[in-house]
Design a protein around this ligand. Structure first.
Ligand code: ATP
Ligand code: MG
Ligand code: MG
Length: 325
């Protein structure tokens, strides 16, 4: 196997989730900056790259290529400079082999057999996924900057960003996929501020090859997860609409402290908004209320959310002119 990153200079570690590490890298030959995600090579990794490779949309993070690789670290080894980047400059990050905390939970994969082609038995090797580098950071950063009053967001800006998110999700659903892990950490921005939905680590197909529903294992991020994704064995793409309701609220409504958030969040998940929210944002609160419906059948699909937004925006020509996708 090819060692993972020898064509790249590692510039920084961008993120570390439960399943992978993401590095900001510079390609040694084309001198461009990319993001490379390293995940343990299991069938789950296959579904992530196969989905990414199929998707081609301005609001989905652009996939470049992927390759299998081992790394040059042995378990329990002390911190060590990445050895396949010998000439990397002094600001190159130092890696810790076990620092990624990746889980190898292949047992509860619920992917279809057509996605199993790359599966390997050696779970200690990795898949490196090269994608466009999203320089604008995550929606988490965006929300935080606003909450800390570092940045002011106009309602026009909020609508524009949310419209791009729902456009990306509509595209994912039209490709018969369910993202299953929509949350601010997984929504990125390009350098020019365009939304790029990322982290397809939990992506699944909507139906099996015979068009039948697929039994799911329960995974995702609890804070944003739909009730059925938490409790039910069968669910469909409407599970992605629930977190979008939470996200839209969070984009509009400033939550200043952790305590405020802890109080507000369970209420929000049960469609109870702060009074002032419904007063100041009547249209949005109506839309969000529908998106947070406990039963998926009562939630609008992505296409219909987009249509509602179009009608809402069309009341304001300025908004319309700012729509980018
Ligand atoms: P999680 O455990 O949250 O599912 P993960 O290990 O599956 O995380 P990602 O969500 O894909 O990994 O990436 C982790 C973090 O790395 C992101 O939240 C983001 O901060 C950063 N990141 C990922 N991809 C990119 C990219 N293309 N450009 C810039 N930053 C990125
Ligand atoms: Mg993630
Ligand atoms: Mg993930």
């Amino acid at each position: 196997l090819i060692s993972g990153l020898h064509h790249f200079e590692v510039i920084a570690k961008l993120g570390q989730g439960s399943y992978g590490c993401v590095y900001k890298v510079k390609h040694r030959y084309d001198h461009k900056i990319y993001a490379v995600k390293r995940v343990i090579l299991t069938r789950k990794a296959d579904s992530e790259v196969m989905a990414l490779a199929d998707l081609d949309h301005p609001n989905i993070v652009r996939y470049i290529t992927c390759w299998p690789g081992s790394d040059n670290w042995t378990p329990n080894q002390e911190k060590k400079q990445v050895s396949d980047a010998p000439d990397s400059s002094s600001d190159a990050v130092t890696f810790e082999r076990d620092g990624c905390g990746e889980k190898d939970d292949d047992e509860d994969d619920d992917i279809t057999s057509e996605m199993e082609s790359l599966a390997v038995t050696d779970s200690k090797t990795y898949l490196f996924i090269q994608m466009e580098f999203c320089q604008g950071g995550t929606l988490t950063d965006w929300i935080k900057a606003r909450n800390l009053m570092e940045k002011q967001r106009t309602i026009v800006e909020i609508h524009k960003v949310f419209y791009e998110i729902i456009t990306g999700v509509e595209y994912i659903h039209s490709n018969k996929l369910i993202h299953r892990d929509l949350k601010p950490d997984n929504i990125l921005f390009s350098a020019d501020g365009k939304v790029k939905i990322g982290d397809f680590g939990l992506v699944v197909t909507q139906k099996d090859q015979n068009g039948d529903p697929i039994e799911r294992s329960n995974r995702g991020t609890l804070t944003y997860m739909s009730p059925e994704q938490e409790n039910k064995r069968y669910y469909d793409e409407k599970t992605d609409i629930f977190p979008l309701g939470l996200i839209w609220f969070e984009m509009i409504w400033k939550i200043s402290t952790g305590m405020e958030r802890a109080e507000l969040w369970p209420n929000l998940r049960n469609k109870r908004f702060p009074n002032r929210f419904s007063d100041t944002h009547p249209t949005e609160s109506k839309f969000i209320m529908e998106m947070l419906s406990c039963s998926p059948e009562h939630r609008p699909n992505a296409k219909s959310v987009k249509e509602k937004l179009d009608r809402f925006f069309s009341l304001d020509q300025d908004l319309l002119s700012q729509k980018t996708v």
